[in-house]
Write a protein of this length. Structure first.
Length: 305
C-alpha cells in the first residue's frame, strides 16, 4: 500500500539530516528506522526515517526528493510533499499506472458556525484539517471560532487553521481587524490553533468602490500578517480576484500559499489556472454549501496540510 494504509504523521523530524515523520510504531507505520525522543506525544510516536515504499515502478525508500539518486514518486509515502518514494532500480516495464487516489489525510472542511464536540469526533473519522471562520465580514471577531478549534483539537483533527473574512468598508484598518482576531484567539484558544490565518478574498460587494482602493487595502491586509506575527494564506478564485482587483495579473502576497475555489466536485488540482502570481495551489475548495456529519460545511482538498 503506497500510502501506508491509514497511517498519518504528527510532525516532521530529522535524524542526521535525514528527514523523517513522527508516526505510531504500534500501528505498524514504520518499516524503516525508528528513533525515540524526537517527536511530540506519547512514547509510541517515534521519528521514522528511511521508510520502505512500493510503487508500480519498483520498491524504494521514502526520502526527500533532493536526496534521491533515482526517481521520486509522490503519493506512496506518509509525510510532507517533498518526502517521496525514491526508486533506484530499473523502472517496471508494466503500463503507466494511474496516480494514487487521495487519502483521508487529503481532505478537510471550512465552517462558519460552531462545531460541537460530537460533530468534531465524527469529522475526525474523515477529515484531517478544519478551518473555522475567525472574523466576520461585518467587522467583528467570530467568537464561535474557539469552540470549533478546541473541539477539533480534542477530537484529534491534525490541522486547525482559521479564515478571516475582512471588512474593507469598515472604519477599522486592516491591521486593526487582524489584531482583533489574533488577540482573541491568543487569549481564548491559542493552543488549539495551528497558527495560520487564511485571508478570504471574495465578494466585490464587500469591498471598496475601485480596484485601486481595493488593491491598497488588500496590501495593508497582507502586511498585517507579519505585523501580528501570523502565518497567512490567501483564499480566492480567479473570477473573484479579477472582480475585486481589476485583473487576474494583479499580484501581491503570492509568497503566501493559495487556497482556491472551484466547485467542480473534483479533489484534484488538474483544473488550476494561474492568477495573482500563483502558479501552484496549496488547497482547493471543491464543493460548497454541503453537509457532513449533519453540519453545513464547504469541502476541501489538499495534500499539503
Amino acid at each position: 500500500n503506497g500510502t501506508l494504509g491509514s497511517c498519518s504523521y504528527q510532525a516532521t523530524c530529522s535524524v542526521r539530516r535525514t528527514e523523517g515523520v513522527c508516526v505510531s510504531i504500534s500501528a505498524g507505520c514504520c518499516s524503516g528506522t525508528a528513533t525515540s525522543g524526537l517527536c511530540p506525544g506519547n512514547n509510541d510516536i517515534k521519528c521514522c526515517t528511511n521508510n520502505k515504499c512500493n510503487t508500480p515502478y519498483g520498491s524504494g525508500t521514502c526520502m526527500q526528493t533532493s536526496q534521491c539518486r533515482g526517481k521520486s514518486y509522490s503519493g506512496y509515502c506518509t509525510g510532507p510533499k517533498d518526502l517521496q518514494c525514491c526508486v533506484t532500480s530499473a523502472p517496471n516495464p508494466s503500463p503507466t499506472p494511474n496516480p494514487p487516489s487521495p487519502t483521508s489525510s487529503d481532505y478537510g472542511v471550512d465552517v462558519s458556525a460552531a462545531m460541537s464536540s460530537s460533530t468534531a469526533s465524527c469529522m475526525a473519522k474523515t477529515y484531517s484539517f478544519v478551518i473555522p471562520r475567525g472574523y466576520r465580514s461585518s467587522g467583528s471577531v467570530d467568537t464561535n471560532v474557539c469552540t470549533t478549534l478546541n473541539n477539533a483539537k480534542s477530537a484529534g483533527i491534525k490541522t486547525r487553521d482559521v479564515y478571516m473574512f475582512p471588512c474593507p468598508t469598515c472604519s477599522a484598518s486592516a491591521n486593526s481587524q487582524m489584531a482583533q482576531m489574533v488577540d482573541y484567539i491568543n487569549q481564548h484558544c491559542k493552543s488549539s490553533w495551528s497558527g495560520r490565518a487564511w485571508l478570504d478574498i471574495e465578494g466585490s460587494q464587500y469591498w471598496k468602490g475601485s480596484s485601486s482602493a481595493n488593491q491598497a487595502w488588500y496590501k495593508d491586509l497582507v502586511d498585517s500578517c507579519s505585523k501580528n506575527h501570523v502565518r497567512c494564506g490567501v483564499y480566492s478564485s480567479s473570477s473573484q480576484w479579477s472582480a475585486i482587483f481589476g485583473s487576474t495579473s494583479f499580484s501581491y502576497g503570492s509568497s503566501n500559499p493559495l487556497w482556491y475555489a472551484h466547485y467542480d466536485g473534483k479533489a484534484s488540482f488538474s483544473d488550476f489556472s494561474s492568477f495573482g502570481g500563483w502558479h501552484s495551489p496549496h488547497a482547493k475548495q471543491y464543493a460548497g454549501d454541503t453537509t457532513s456529519c449533519s453540519m453545513g460545511v464547504d469541502k476541501n482538498y489538499s495534500p499539503n496540510f
